[in-house]
Design a protein around this ligand. Structure first.
Ligand SMILES: [Zn+2]
Length: 276
């Protein structure tokens, strides 16, 4: 399905966990920086039936991709674009923190307090942003309830649908979309001086992927594995940890922001002034 639109160069920083979709099988919300514009701007690419894409169109976090996009008119969030997934070309991968620093160290950060209050007032307020975590106050690992009957029905319908060919996908993915067993919620303070502490649900695909890799482990062991990666490693003292935050499309949920991904370079890399 080709679309008439503009060509954008995007540094992908966010791939959110796949959600069941009757139309696309399952879709992923992708976000990143549009680096063909100056200053760089946040862009959201949705929908992306990622698991259903041909392998040449699949990309990783911190890949730079070229993609044809069109403004998603039904979504009032100004960063939202529909990608032509068949037009995706991977340009390069920024491997390691050093390679990412020239882009990320230039990026203005915001605060969750600010994102929330602005979104409350104005539906066109920023819906994506990078927030430095001033302090991690705690976390909760909750049981994921699994897919609802409605979500299961969407998955089953999509697997049988031939309409999916229309979206440039070759064949259904080898595995049915598996619900994660655990949900991770952070309690943290952003950098606003009077921050009252936020609850941030982690929606990163990396969290689901890690759980899938260890789906045969006991729940107790899985908790330890998740905690080791998403708490201990990502919040080490020698790192500067930030969240990529995003809100919801539904107008009544606009002021709710979730954690779409984590950026945690070593302090030595985070403090470098980029030389362009
Ligand atoms: Zn705050």
């Amino acid at each position: 399905m080709g679309i008439v639109g503009e060509r954008a160069r995007v540094l992908v920083t966010v791939k959110a966990s796949p959600q069941p979709s009757a139309k696309y099988g399952d879709t992923v919300c992708v976000a990143g920086l549009r680096i063909d514009e100056s200053p760089h701007r946040w862009i959201r690419l949705y929908p992306v039936p990622f698991r259903w894409l041909s392998s040449s169109s699949q990309f990783s976090k911190f890949d730079i991709i070229d993609v044809t996009v069109k403004r998603r008119v039904q979504d009032s969030r100004t960063e939202s674009f529909v990608p032509d997934t068949q037009s995706i070309e991977v340009v390069e991968h920024l491997d390691g923190w050093e390679a990412r620093a020239p882009y990320m160290n230039l990026l203005p950060t915001t605060a969750t307090c600010r994102l929330m209050s602005e979104a409350e007032r104005d539906h066109a307020a920023p819906s994506l942003g990078m927030v430095r975590v001033a302090s991690l106050e705690g976390y909760a690992l909750e049981d994921h309830p699994g897919w609802t009957a409605e979500e299961e029905a969407k998955i089953a319908k999509a697997m049988m649908s031939s309409e999916l060919d229309l979206f440039g996908t070759s064949a259904p993915p080898a595995t049915k979309l598996r619900a994660p067993r655990l949900k991770l919620r952070y309690q943290y303070k952003c950098q606003e001086p009077e921050c009252p502490t936020h609850q941030g649900l982690n929606l990163d695909w990396e969290l689901t992927a890690l759980q899938n890799r260890y789906h045969r482990e006991s729940l107790d062991h899985l908790r330890e594995i998740v905690k080791d990666k998403f708490i201990r490693q990502m919040f080490e003292d020698r790192r500067q940890t930030s969240f990529f935050m995003g809100n919801f499309e539904a107008p009544f949920k606009r002021a709710k922001f979730s954690v779409l991904g984590t950026y945690y370079p070593p302090l030595t890399v985070a403090s470098k002034v980029p030389l362009f």
